[in-house]
Write a protein that binds this ligand. Structure first.
Ligand SMILES: [Zn+2]
Ligand SMILES: [Zn+2]
Ligand SMILES: [Zn+2]
Length: 723
């Protein structure tokens, strides 16, 4: 009776193997797996590398809507995923010697799907006889206890996960196919535009904000305030209302000019701020964005790495609660060994350690918390996030922050001005979490009721009303959560995809023409595709699978019906949709490829074009102007609006994989570049007869004419090995 334990990632396999016994490392086709002797049997601990299987059409897609789909190995027809193959082969091989199969992938929907597919398609075992290991932290105690208390397979999670994958596939493949067809119909061009079940409704609410901002007409308004100084402390007291009529503001301003103020009333109140609730993933992402400007996806990845190192509990959780069953005291005692936390731990250990709770719960995992394992070597990112998580954990056991709120009313010739202050009385949880909390004190000088204030220094200031703020990557994730679309593990990824596809841009997010075109056009002709409500409806249905209220088959057939409906409408409007998409697509391509005015003919516009040897820049007045500029290979080239400070030619940004983006002047002869020129014996320029020389640029060496800039002839250096 040998056992196979499957983990989601290789480093987790090693950890689990070491926890359950004396493990031996084996190598199989270059990948590691572990073997533990257990009485007379063997336990093999192997890992997946995320998903080993993906969905693909089971027959060619000739038309849409299309629903024939199957799971295939991710490395099939994919060079990029070749590295996955040995993981599948190993499971196939070992499964012959194994009778007990345990899915120890991350305990959530994705982990259930990964494990399910590996056991069904690679191990070819009867899933109903397999087991599920449930744990939230990679610590020895928890792993051993999970191993000794195995669960049956988690069908609700498996089915919810499988349904989600298929539903996303149905939606994505059909929308994409339909848009591609519509473009082909009107332009003959083959362009893949993608849409997604959650992605497109997300883009829609981003676009709604964009439109709100564009339509916003800002109005001027005026504010009044007085400023004075006492005991070296500046006080600014504001008039209680804003004026949309400048004359009204002016009347009061004239009333108070050259007058003294009297402190009319001072109200002091003791107030408190309760400690924050424990971290769920969404709140962690928000706080990390606020404090470190980490994008949600980055936070999620760093948190995952801390989890895999055994330092924090599983991060993909919605829970804002820490169950009593966790050994808080034990964790804090362990953390005491970390120097900077020592005195915090000492203080906390004197208390009853009752954590604050948030509203949200998650049946699979508790809120994110440190495990008490001591970090060894952390990257900068990891230590920042770890510190945030540890301090938040401390804060949830702490007392409220108590402060005195002070409100001062100052009368100036019958008009009231207000100033407020905040002074800490008891630091409470701020002691642990102060730097991250954003809570600040506002000092006011000692003042007494009836006190006269001279030199009140009245000010009238013009302001303008502002449109609602743009979303940033963190607030998009929160909004998706609020709207009930996507899942905690997928939201950050979806925002990333929107960036990758050029549908959105910038940290203060703007929707690009292309993004606008897709949402706008789809909404016009088949609003259901972009509907937030429909997406939420299916999210709710999938949650019902998890609660055993509905089957996977029911929800998928309902979705099919809905999609057939949607795409029938799409097809009726295929040509119109194509025409509209084309306008936006061309506008976006222009934006993405426009380099500047041609410096050679000073008339045409330069665009990045793709040629047989990769992208290059050409003048749009070709053939009248034959200016072309080569671009470095293996680079992503982004135009800028800037010009070279030395030669005045346009500059572009070239980004090579794993390298810093570099600003490059497109002029190969620009003096800003290394002026390098080596004559070639006996080679004459075919255009003007002068000598040819080897030159060097950012792009590498090339052959040019020595009479440059009179003659602009260039040629590539032939690589003799390739001939
Ligand atoms: Zn030109
Ligand atoms: Zn230049
Ligand atoms: Zn020449």
């Amino acid at each position: 009776m040998n056992t196979l334990i499957l983990t989601e990632k290789p480093n987790v396999a090693e950890k689990i193997a070491n926890f359950i016994g004396k493990s031996k490392k084996n190598i199989y086709e270059g990948i590691k797996y572990y073997e533990v002797d257990h009485q007379d049997t063997k336990i093999y601990v192997v890992s997946a590398v995320g998903h080993l299987y993906k969905l693909r059409q089971s027959s060619p897609i000739r038309d849409y809507p299309f629903f024939d789909v199957e799971w295939i190995e991710t490395f099939k027809n994919s060079k990029k995923n070749k590295y996955v193959e040995p993981y599948v082969r190993l499971i196939e091989d070992l499964s012959n010697k194994v009778d007990i199969f345990i899915n120890a992938c991350d305990y959530d929907i994705e982990g259930s799907v990964i494990g399910h597919n590996a056991l069904v398609y690679a191990a070819k075992t009867d899933i109903s006889k397999s087991f599920r290991m449930k744990f939230s932290s990679l610590t020895k105690d928890e792993i051993i206890s999970a191993y000794e208390n195995l669960n049956p397979p988690d069908y609700p999670m498996i089915n919810a996960g499988l349904a989600r994958h298929v539903l996303d596939w149905y939606y994505g493949i059909n929308t994409s196919k339909a848009m591609t067809e519509s473009l082909k119909k009107v332009s003959g061009r083959y362009v893949t535009l993608s849409a997604g079940r959650v992605q497109t409704p997300t883009l829609k609410f981003l676009l709604e904000r964009e439109i709100e901002i564009n339509n916003f007409v800002s109005e001027p308004y005026w504010i009044l305030f007085i400023e004075f100084k006492k005991n070296g402390i500046e006080v600014k007291a504001s008039y209680q209302e804003e004026f949309f009529d400048e004359n009204k503001a002016l009347t009061i301003f004239n009333d108070i000019k050259n007058k003294d103020g009297i402190v009319k009333e001072i109200i002091k109140k003791e107030k408190k701020i309760n400690p924050p609730h424990p971290f769920d993933l969404g709140t962690l992402q928000k706080e990390a964005y606020k404090n470190f400007s980490y994008l949600p996806k980055r936070t999620q990845d760093i948190a995952q790495s801390l989890y895999e190192a055994g330092l924090i509990s599983y991060p993909r959780t919605s829970s804002q609660k820490l169950p009593k069953s966790l050994n808080f005291r034990g964790i804090i005692e362990k953390l005491m060994k970390i120097g900077e936390y020592g005195h915090y731990c000492e203080e906390l250990l004197k208390t009853d350690l009752i954590p604050v709770e948030g509203k949200k719960d998650d049946p699979a995992h508790p809120a994110i918390h440190p495990t008490g394992e001591l970090p060894k070597k952390l990257t900068d990112d990891q230590s920042k996030l770890y510190d945030l998580i540890v301090r938040r954990f401390f804060a949830v056991f702490a007392e409220p922050y108590v402060y005195q709120s002070i409100s001062i009313e100052i009368d100036v010739n019958g008009h009231s001005f207000f100033a407020s202050g905040r002074v800490g009385i008891y630091s409470g949880f701020l002691k642990y979490y102060g730097d991250y909390s954003g809570v600040e004190e506002v000092l006011l000088p000692e003042l007494n009721e009836g006190e006269k204030i001279e030199k009140i220094n009245p000010k009238k200031e013009e302001k303008v009303t502002k449109p609602p703020p743009r979303y940033n990557p963190a607030s998009v994730v929160s909004e998706m959560e609020k709207l009930g679309i996507g899942t905690k593990s997928t939201r950050a990824n979806i925002v990333d995809i929107l960036y990758e596809r050029n549908y959105i841009d910038g940290r203060q997010i703007i929707v690009t023409d292309l993004g606008e075109g897709i949402v706008g056009t789809l909404e016009k002709y088949c609003p259901d595709i972009v509907s937030v409500e429909l997406t939420r409806y299916f999210e709710e249905q999938m949650e019902k699978i998890q609660d055993n209220q509905i089957t996977k088959e029911e929800i998928l057939s309902e979705a099919k019906e809905k999609l057939i409906d949607i795409f029938t409408k799409f097809k009726e409007n295929e040509e119109n949709i194509g025409k509209e998409l084309l306008v936006y697509l061309e506008r976006e391509e222009r934006r993405r490829n426009y380099v500047g005015i041609c410096p050679i003919c000073c008339e045409g516009e330069l665009f990045i074009r793709s040629g047989r040897f990769g992208p290059f820049i050409a003048c749009q007045r070709y053939p009248e102007c034959n200016a072309t500029f080569s671009l470095p290979s293996n680079c992503i080239v982004t135009p800028t609006e800037d010009k070279c400070k030395i030669c005045g030619f346009p500059v572009v940004i070239a980004t090579r994989k794993r390298a810093r983006p570099q600003t490059v002047c497109i002029n190969q002869e620009c003096p800003s570049k290394n002026n390098y020129s080596v004559p070639i014996e006996g080679k004459k320029c075919p255009r003007c007869g002068e000598n040819l020389v080897i030159k060097k640029s950012f792009y590498g060496p090339f052959i040019g004419c020595s009479s440059y800039p009179k003659c602009r002839y260039t040629e590539k250096i032939q690589d003799s090995k390739e001939e």
